[in-house]
Design a protein around this ligand. Structure first.
Ligand SMILES: C[S@@+](CC[C@H](N)C(=O)[O-])C[C@H]1O[C@@H](n2cnc3c(N)ncnc32)[C@H](O)[C@@H]1O
Length: 501
């Protein structure tokens, strides 16, 4: 079955095909969500037999930005960066079978707790405490594997979660002590910075000055739970089964602050949360995750964060850069805002329909595509922004491109492929990776493009190669470094996911 979720008052439809992957975010406490089931699409035309990798000889064609490829400049043979495939997790836990078999949460392996090179420290700018890396780490490195302190299933109101937490902390002063370390009560007053080892079950760390006589305080516990819980959907490989919603509190991930251009991603395996570096992170840099789906323009991101009830105004570099040109982008931002929901419904219709939907019947997708072209032109003319800042803004408008691209793709059965794997599409993959790395949506888009491009013998080789590299690279940012056969299977599976929702 294809499950469709409507997202609170914004009525945004979220469609997942394949029912294999999960989405996981900070728990949203304000609007309630309901789930509905729709008939399953008769088949995914994007799913194809998977990529043949180019010969691994000669020079790498890896390039750093948005490029135009001409057949004369295209290298005829390339090598792939083998470091993308090395398994660094093997000694801790082997996720290979779980990942290759479609991430069925009911078959998730048990994962040990693991605390990587991290420390907790106060942020310099009033965001409370944060997590920092204590050495340079590489994209794909696992920073944390943390089993849930408490977790519940399909517990929309978190009533069971509260009961579970209460029972644990009433029984164990140690658990109460750790729980009270999380922010959420008397928040900005003399907030303690606990030693990270307190949360490392593999450490013998003992506190020298353990606070005494901590009292069970219902309000405080509820508040901490609300500020720190995550929720998301888990899927089984039985496509008739609706998603199961997991809600829980994980200690160390609770110290991670939000950024709209984060450097880490989350992966949930059973009840264990993995925090994976989704970029290279330098020693002493703060670890950040996105509490929301960050692939939206500023105004929508602000709305989403406000809806979560945290009450903070994001001042990350991406938000500040976008605010600095808000007046120049206003027209596009408002049009995007107006059109997005209808475009989402049109894409949803195209994906679920058993007959091909034509783009002429999708006015919102068509108009949104013009908004994308407009924003692209505007960004090119803005000299006050760096290339990276432009990519951040473009990444936020990615759905404006993807809506029409997907409808046309579904209508044509993805033929001829050269129509779809264009330098402009590649440019967007690069922007999405630069904006929120480690997103399944980007992996899926890059994989579809690479698969399509590869089918066309006339396609410029450098473009195909670059797309494959981007997809491989995104795969380790979503799932951590895995063996080559696992990465290959994950990429194949990712093509079943609709890269829009
Ligand atoms: C899950 S906690 C993160 C850890 C928290 N800083 C602490 O010291 O416990 C979420 C809270 O951190 C703060 N926070 C997280 N990201 C922020 C950001 N980008 N800007 C301002 N405050 C932020 C907000 O107060 C939010 O309610």
């Amino acid at each position: 079955m294809l499950s469709v979720r409507r997202y609170g008052s914004l009525s945004r439809a979220f469609v997942f095909l394949g029912i294999r992957h999960f989405s996981f975010s900070r728990k949203q406490h304000l609007p309630s969500r309901c789930a509905a089931l729709l008939p399953r699409h008769s088949g995914n035309p994007f799913k194809t037999s998977f990529l043949v990798f180019p010969h691994q000889t000669g020079n790498s064609g890896r390039s750093s930005g948005i490029r135009h490829y001409s057949s004369s400049s295209a290298p005829r043979s390339v090598s792939l960066d083998n470091s993308l495939f090395y398994p660094s997790l093997d000694s801790l836990v082997d996720l290979s079978d779980y990942l290759k078999n479609g991430c069925n949460w009911r078959e998730a392996p048990s994962c040990p707790d693991y605390v990587g090179p991290i420390s907790i420290a106060r942020t310099p700018d009033g965001r409370g405490r944060g997590l920092y890396v204590t050495c340079n780490v590489k994209a794909g490195d696992i920073l944390i594997m943390n089993n849930a302190f408490a977790a519940t299933y399909n517990d929309v109101q978190s009533i069971e979660l509260y009961a579970k937490i209460s029972a644990i902390v009433k029984q164990s002063p140690e658990a109460l002590r750790k729980f009270y370390c999380l922010g959420g009560y008397d928040y900005h007053d003399d907030m303690e910075v606990p030693n990270v080892k307190l949360f490392d079950s593999n450490s013998n760390y003992k506190e020298s000055n353990t606070p005494r006589d901590l009292q069970f305080d219902e309000k405080r516990i509820m508040h901490i739970m609300n500020v720190n819980s995550f929720e998301g959907d888990l899927y089984s490989t039985d496509t008739q089964q609706p998603a199961t919603r997991l809600t829980g509190v994980w200690f160390l991930p609770s110290f991670i602050n939000h950024s709209c251009s984060p450097n880490s991603s989350r992966l949930v395996v059973g009840e264990a949360m993995f925090i994976i570096a989704s970029r290279d992170i330098a020693e002493k840099e703060e670890i950040t995750i996105s509490y929301i789906d960050g692939m939206f323009p500023l105004k929508i991101r602000e709305e989403k964060l406000a809806a979560m009830g945290y009450g903070f105004h994001c001042q990350c570099r991406r938000c500040e850069a976008e605010r600095s040109v808000q007046s120049e982008l206003k027209e596009y931002s408002s049009q995007y805002h107006e059109l997005y929901e209808n475009a989402a419904l049109e894409v949803q219709g195209a994906v679920t329909s058993t007959v091909h939907t034509h783009i002429e019947n999708c006015p919102a997708c068509t108009e949104l595509s013009a908004v994308y072209d407009g924003i692209l032109g505007k960004l090119n003319s803005l000299s006050s922004l760096t290339n990276l800042e432009k990519q951040w803004i473009l990444g936020g408008y990615s759905s404006a491109f993807l809506a029409k691209w997907l409808v046309c793709g579904y209508a044509s059965g993805f033929s001829p492929p050269s129509d779809f794997a264009t330098p402009q599409a590649l440019q967007l993959v690069e922007a999405m990776k630069a904006t929120v790395p480690g997103m399944l949506r980007t992996l899926s888009f890059a994989t579809m493009l690479a698969t399509a491009a590869q089918k066309d013998k006339n396609q410029v080789f450098a473009l195909v190669h670059r797309l494959i590299q981007l997809a491989l690279d995104e795969c380790i940012r979503v799932y951590g470094k895995q063996k080559f056969d696992v990465v290959s299977k994950l990429m194949e599976q990712s093509a079943e996911f609709v890269p829009f929702f």
